[in-house]
Structures are given as structure tokens and as C-alpha cells.
Ligand binder design. Structure first.
Ligand SMILES: [Zn+2]
Length: 121
């Protein structure tokens, strides 16, 4: 994947993460007060530690979503984004556009889900 496309997916993932956190913190006054006060390092550190605390308090589903987005952003930094974690083939751009945090190509994803289903029975 070229740098331009990577940048595009990075923007999508970053925006998605911010949107998710924004939605979750809508009614949280401490979070919003810290977020709006952008002066100085002390506030910045307070904000980040509060953010960490906040993320720890989320339910499993919310946490998983943010973790998936974070993991995808880390893969962009590491240069492994867009590659299937099972077969190392490139995941199609179409699939990444629909699901930017995809870690598997469609056929590995299908196999993986099949395996998960069998495990549950
Ligand atoms: Zn694959």
C-alpha cells in the first residue's frame, strides 16, 4: 500500500477513534472540561491520565472497538497495515474501506469465524 493510501486510512481511523470517544464522553463533564482546556503540559498530562482512566472504565464492547482502532493505527506505524495477519496477503482496498480495522482478508476472516463458531459448540 502506498503512503497516500496509508495516510487516508490513518485519517479515517483517527477520526473514527475520536468520534467513538466523543460519543462515549458526551455527558462526562470532567472529560470535556479537561479536553477544552488546552493550555500547558499539566492539563495535557491530566487529560491523558483521565483519558486512560476513562478508557479502563468502559464496557467490553466499547473497549474492544477503541482497541481495534488503536491496533490498526499501530499497524500503520509499523508498516504492516493492510496485510492479512494469517496469510500475509494484501487485504483489498474495498474491504479496508468498508472495515478500516480489518486484520484478515475475506477468506481468512471466513475461516476464522468458522473456527470460532465450532469452538463455541
Ligand atoms: Zn488472509
Amino acid at each position: 500500500m502506498n503512503a497516500k493510501k496509508l495516510k487516508k486510512f490513518k485519517d479515517i481511523l483517527t477520526a473514527e477513534k475520536e468520534k467513538t470517544i466523543d460519543e462515549l464522553t458526551k455527558g462526562d463533564e470532567t472529560y470535556n472540561a479537561l479536553k477544552e482546556d488546552t493550555h500547558g503540559d499539566v492539563v495535557d498530562i491530566a487529560f491523558h491520565s483521565y483519558e486512560t482512566q476513562f478508557l479502563l472504565g468502559l464496557n467490553q464492547k466499547e473497549k474492544e472497538k477503541i482497541e481495534m482502532l488503536d491496533a490498526a493505527l499501530r499497524r500503520i506505524e509499523a508498516g504492516t497495515y493492510g496485510k492479512c495477519i494469517d496469510c500475509s496477503e494484501e487485504i483489498t482496498e474495498e474491504r479496508l474501506t468498508a472495515l478500516p480495522h480489518s486484520t484478515r482478508c475475506l477468506s481468512c476472516r471466513t475461516k476464522f469465524e468458522e473456527k470460532q463458531r465450532r469452538k463455541r459448540i
